[in-house]
Design a protein around this ligand. Sequence first.
Ligand code: DQA
Length: 146
Amino acid sequence: KHILVLNGPNLNMLGIREPGVYGEVSLPQIEKHLSELASSQNVELTCIQSNHEGVLIDTIHAAYGKMDGILINPGAFTHYSYALRDAISSVKLPTVEVHLSNIHQRESFRHVSVIAPVADGQIAGFGAHSYELGFTALMNILKKAR
Ligand code: DQA
């Protein structure tokens, strides 16, 4: 299996950015931890972060027919990117949406995810651990699909 781990805008600033909200773990640390978890399950990971909507969309399109699933933290694009949403529904890959913070507990503009309706599920509010939970959920979907 080959999983695409996508991180959207400002997630390259994890560790520096609002640590009270997002924690002190950096994105490279999260990716390293996920990669170890994945390799222990014989799963290949490709981790990509971009601050650009189009790069995220191109990366999702490139995953079509090549990858088996997507683990995505779309950052603020979660709340308004119909283009990202359409990209996810275009490729029809199992997709799990993750957030470090509990978006439902924060400003009202963060309560809506335009990605959630095209994702298999959403995990939010567990800090860096959200990624691990999301990865486990995605693996579970792939096992069932076999
Ligand atoms: C986030 C939540 C979003 O509202 C925010 O714009 C982010 C990070 C999270 O992981 O908690 O950039 O996706």
